[in-house]
Design a protein around this ligand. Structure first.
Ligand SMILES: NC(=O)c1ccc[n+]([C@@H]2O[C@H](COP(=O)([O-])OP(=O)(O)OC[C@H]3O[C@@H](n4cnc5c(N)ncnc54)[C@H](O)[C@@H]3O)[C@@H](O)[C@H]2O)c1
Length: 447
C-alpha cells in the first residue's frame, strides 16, 4: 500500500494491520533494531544487507548485534511470525517495498570528510525498484544537504520528487540502547520533501515511538538537528576539559566544583576526561566546519582542538604521577585499561588509548594493554602488549569506562604493582576507595 496522501491516522492503522512493506537498508547496530521494532508493530519488513552472513542469521531468527539488550527475542519472534526477513538483493527489496529506509554506514575520515559510497549504492538500487507513491527515508547521520543530493539518483527511476517522497528522520540513539531509544526515549525528528510525505512519515514514527514526532520545516533542518546535538556535546565537553585543567592549576577539584555549580538549573557542566571518541561526537563538528562559507564556527573548531588534546594531557598526568615517585618514564611499565573509545562498545574511532599509547612509547615506556572487549591482536595493532594482570606495573591508565573497571579489586592490584599510580581518564573509580589503598590517583581536574 502506498502511503503518500494518507493521513497519519490512516497510516497508523495500515501499519498495525501489516498493509505495507518497509525495506531497511543496512542491518547493522542501528538498522537491525529498527527493522525488528517496525516488524514488532505489525509492518512487513525486509532487511537488506550486503553481508551474506548477517542476512542468513536474520533469516534463521538470529541476532548478530549482541550489544543490544532485548534484540535476540525481538528478531526471533518477528522472523518466526513472518514479519521480518532479510535479503542481499536491494533491487528486489525496493520492488516489494512501499517505504525504503537507508541506514547504512556514513563513513568519514577524522575530519568529517564523507565517503558516501554505501548511501549512493543503496540509492541506485532503490531507483531500480522505485514506484509512484513510495517514500525514501534516510536515517543515517549525514551533513545537512546530503539527503537531497540523492534526488538525481532516485530520479533515474523516471519519477520526480512529488511522485515519490523523500524524508530524513535521524537515528537519535547509540549502540546498546537502540530499542529503548527508537521506541520512546526521545521524540523522532522528521523533515520531508512535501506535506503528503511528512504526514505519512509522522504516521510511521508515531506508531513506534511513544514520545511522538517533531516535524521540521525541511529535510535539511532535520539533518541539522542530529548534527547540532553532537556539536553541543563536543563543545560542552571541551568547556568541562578546559575548566578542569584550570582547576588543576589552581589546586581545585573540578568535579567538586562542577557538581556544586550544576545544582543551579542553568548550569550543565559536563564530565572532563581523556578525550572524545567514536563515529559521532568528534565527527559532526566537522560537518559544520566543512560546510561553513561566510560564517566562521570558531568555537566549534576550538572545542575540537581542546578535546583532541586531552590524550596528551593524560600523558602529562602519567608523567606527573611517575615524577611523584621519582620514576623516569623511560623504562616504566604502563598498563592501558580500555582500547575502545568508550565502555561497552567494540569501536576504535578516535579512541583516546591510541594517541596515549603512541606518545608514551615515544617517551620510552613499556606499554601494556587490556580491554574486556578486545583481543591480544587488537593490543598489538595499537602498539601495546596484552596483559591480564598488574604485576610490575608502574602506572595504570584508564582510557575507557568499561563496567569491569568500576569494580577493580584495588587491594589485589596494590599487591601486584611496582608503583601505585592510577590515572583515571574516565572518572570510573571512587577516589576514597583508591586512596584507601595508598594509590596516587589523578584525574582530569583533580588536585
Ligand atoms: N552506532 C551508533 O551508535 C549510531 C548512532 C546514531 C546514528 N548512527 C548512524 O547510523 C548509520 C548506521 O550505523 P551502524 O552503527 O548501524 O553501522 P554498522 O556498521 O553497525 O552497520 C551497517 C550495516 O550496513 C551494511 N551495509 C554496508 N553497505 C551496504 C550497502 N551498500 N547496502 C546494504 N547494506 C550495507 C553493513 O554490512 C552493515 O551490516 C550511520 O550513519 C551512523 O552514523 C549510528
Amino acid at each position: 500500500m502506498k502511503l503518500m496522501g494518507l493521513s497519519r491516522e490512516e497510516v497508523k492503522r495500515a501499519f498495525k494491520n501489516g498493509e505495507f512493506t518497509i525495506a531497511v537498508y543496512g542491518m547493522g547496530k542501528m538498522g537491525l533494531p529498527l527493522a525488528a521494532v517496525f516488524a514488532d508493530h505489525g509492518a512487513n519488513v525486509i532487511g537488506v544487507d550486503i553481508n551474506e552472513r548477517v542476512v542468513k542469521m536474520i533469516n534463521n531468527g538470529e541476532n548478530h548485534v549482541k550489544e543490544e539488550p532485548g534484540l535476540d527475542e525481538l528478531v526471533r519472534k518477528n522472523v518466526e511470525a513472518g514479519h521480518l526477513r532479510a535479503t542481499t538483493d536491494g533491487v528486489w527489496a525496493a520492488k516489494q517495498a512501499d517505504i525504503m529506509v537507508i541506514l547504512v554506514p556514513t563513513l568519514t575520515d577524522e575530519r568529517g570528510n564523507m565517503k558516501l559510497g554505501p548511501v549512493y549504492d543503496v540509492a541506485e538500487k532503490i531507483s531500480q525498484g522505485l514506484e509512484k507513491g513510495d517514500i525514501v527515508i534516510t536515517e543515517a547521520t549525514m551533513p545537512p544537504g546530503t539527503t537531497e543530493s540523492l534526488i538525481p539518483i532516485l530520479e533515474k527511476s523516471g519519477l520526480k520528487p512529488g511522485e515519490f517522497g523523500l524524508a530524513h528522520a535521524p537515528e537519535r540513539t547509540m549502540t546498546g540502547t537502540a530499542i529503548r531509544d527508537i521506541t520512546g526515549q526521545y521524540p523522532k525528528i522528521v523533515g520531508a520533501s512535501d506535506e503528503k510525505t511528512l504526514e505519512a512519515v509522522i504516521g510511521i514514527y508515531e506508531t513506534i515511538n511513544k514520545k511522538g514526532v517533531i516535524p521540521m520545516s525541511s529535510i535539511k533542518a532535520a539533518e541539522a538537528v542530529k548534527v547540532f546535538e553532537g556539536v553541543y556535546r563536543d563543545v560542552n565537553i571541551a568547556l568541562a576539559n578546559e575548566l578542569a585543567m584550570w582547576c588543576e592549576e589552581h589546586g581545585l577539584d573540578a568535579l567538586e566544583v562542577f557538581r556544586a555549580a550544576n545544582t543551579q538549573p542553568y548550569c550543565h557542566l559536563h564530565m572532563p576526561g581523556a578525550g572524545v571518541g567514536g563515529h559521532c561526537i568528534p565527527i559532526y563538528p566537522w560537518f559544520v566546519i566543512n560546510l561553513a562559507k561566510k560564517s566562521n564556527p570558531r568555537l566549534v573548531k576550538t572545542a575540537r582542538e581542546i578535546n583532541d588534546s586531552m590524550p596528551h594531557h593524560i600523558v602529562e598526568l602519567t608523567i606527573k604521577g611517575l615524577n611523584q615517585v621519582g620514576q623516569p618514564v623511560k623504562g616504566s611499565n604502563i598498563l592501558i585499561l580500555g582500547l575502545t573509545f568508550r565502555g561497552g562498545v567494540r569501536e576504535f574511532m578516535k579512541s583516546a588509548a591510541i594517541p596515549v599509547i603512541k606518545e608514551l612509547k615515544e617517551w620510552g615506556a613499556n606499554i601494556y594493554a587490556y580491554d574486556p572487549l578486545c583481543t591480544p591482536e587488537d593490543a598489538e595493532r595499537f602498539g601495546a602488549e596484552w596483559k591480564e594482570d598488574f604485576k610490575d606495573i608502574d602506572v595504570i591508565v584508564i582510557t575507557a569506562d568499561h563496567k569491569e573497571f568500576k569494580s577493580l579489586n584495588l587491594k589485589e592490584i596494590a599487591e601486584q604493582v611496582r608503583n601505585k599510580i592510577i590515572i583515571d581518564g574516565r572518572n570510573v573509580l571512587e577516589p576514597e576507595k583508591v586512596q584507601k589503598h595508598d594509590f596516587i590517583y589523578l584525574r582530569v581536574g583533580s588536585i
